[in-house]
Ligand binder design. Structure first.
Ligand SMILES: [Zn+2]
Length: 291
C-alpha cells in the first residue's frame, strides 16, 4: 500500500474512533436532556438506567462493551437497549461521511454537530414526544452564524445568491438563504398547525415541530424546506399505513400502533434525505424544467 493511502486510512480510522466516542456521549445527552434533575455534567459518571450503578470505564467502550457484556448491565443483569450501540455506530458512520465531504475543517465539526443534534431530537421525540427547545434554539443560531462565516451557494440557491451577492457580498447571500429557510420553516408548520386546529378542533402537530423545521431551514437553506416537508410527510404516511396493517387483528383499542406519532423524527429523516440527495435532486428537477 502506498504511503499516502495508508495515511488516509489511518486518518479515517481516527475519525471513526472519534465518531464512536462522541456517539457514546450522545447517548448520555439523549437520556439526560429531557429528564428533570439530570444534566450532561451531573452526575459525572454514566449509570445504568435500571439499577443506577455507575458504569466503569472499561464497560463504557463504544460498541465493544455492549457486545462483550452480552447486552446486559454488569450489576443488575437487566438488558441494555440496542439503541446505545446503534447510536454509537450511527455517530461513527456520520463522522466518516461528513469528514469525507469536508475534510479536516470547521465545517466538518459544524455539520457533524448538526447531524448529531438531529439524531438526538428524533430519538427524544420518538421516546417521550418532547422536542428539547434548549437544544434547538442555540443550534438554530449556530446555523445562521455558520452560514455567515462559511458562505455556501447551496444555502441561498442561484436565484437568491444572484440577487444579494452583487450588492452585499457572499456572506450576506449565504446568511439570507439560511435566514429565509428558518423563517419559511417556522411559518409553514405554524400555518399547518393553526389550520389543523381550526378544521379538526384539536392539536395535530407538536409545539416543537415549527421550531424544528426552522432549525433545519437555517442549516440547509430555504430551498430545503418544501422538500423536507414533502419527504417527511410521505415517509410519515407510509409509516402510518404500515403500522395500521401490522396492527390489524390485534389489541383493537389502545395497542402500541394506536399511539399518536410524533412528527419530529420524520422531519429529521426528511432533513437527512435532503442532505444526502437534495442538491442532486434539485439539479435534476431544474434540468427537467429547462427543456
Ligand atoms: Zn443495572
Amino acid at each position: 500500500m502506498e504511503y499516502a493511502s495508508a495515511a488516509s486510512w489511518a486518518v479515517y480510522f481516527l475519525v471513526l474512533i472519534f465518531g464512536l466516542s462522541v456517539g457514546s456521549f450522545l447517548n448520555v445527552v439523549i437520556y439526560r436532556l429531557p429528564r428533570d434533575g439530570l444534566s450532561v455534567k451531573k452526575p459525572e459518571r454514566s449509570f445504568c438506567p435500571v439499577c443506577g450503578q455507575p458504569i466503569r470505564w472499561h464497560d463504557n467502550i463504544p460498541l465493544l462493551s455492549w457486545l462483550l457484556l452480552g447486552a446486559r448491565c454488569r450489576s443488575c443483569r437487566k438488558p441494555i437497549s440496542c439503541r446505545y450501540p446503534l447510536v454509537e455506530l450511527l455517530s461513527g458512520l456520520l463522522a466518516l461521511y461528513v469528514f469525507h465531504c469536508f475534510g479536516p475543517s470547521v465545517s466538518f465539526l459544524l455539520y457533524f454537530y448538526f447531524l448529531l443534534c438531529l439524531v438526538a431530537i428524533a430519538l427524544i421525540d420518538l421516546e417521550l414526544m418532547i422536542i428539547p427547545v434548549h437544544l434547538m434554539y442555540p443550534t438554530t443560531a449556530l446555523g445562521l452564524l455558520g452560514a455567515a462565516l462559511y458562505p455556501s451557494l447551496d444555502l441561498a440557491g442561484p436565484w437568491l445568491w444572484a440577487a444579494v451577492d452583487p450588492q452585499f457580498g457572499p456572506r450576506a447571500a449565504s446568511l439570507a438563504g439560511s435566514a429565509a429557510g428558518m423563517v419559511l420553516g417556522w411559518l409553514v408548520l405554524t400555518a399547518v398547525s393553526v389550520g389543523y386546529k381550526l378544521v379538526r378542533g384539536h392539536v395535530g402537530l407538536g409545539d416543537g415541530d415549527p421550531p424544528l423545521l426552522a432549525m433545519i431551514g437555517a442549516w440547509l437553506g430555504w430551498r430545503a424546506v418544501p422538500l423536507v416537508i414533502l419527504w417527511s410527510t410521505l415517509i410519515g404516511l407510509f409509516s402510518v399505513a404500515v403500522m395500521i396493517i401490522l396492527a390489524r387483528g390485534r389489541r383493537p383499542e389502545g395497542g402500541w400502533a394506536m399511539k399518536p406519532l410524533p412528527f419530529g423524527p420524520f422531519l429529521v429523516l426528511g432533513a437527512f434525505l435532503y442532505l444526502f440527495f437534495g442538491p442532486a435532486f434539485l439539479d435534476w428537477y431544474w434540468s427537467l424544467a429547462a427543456y
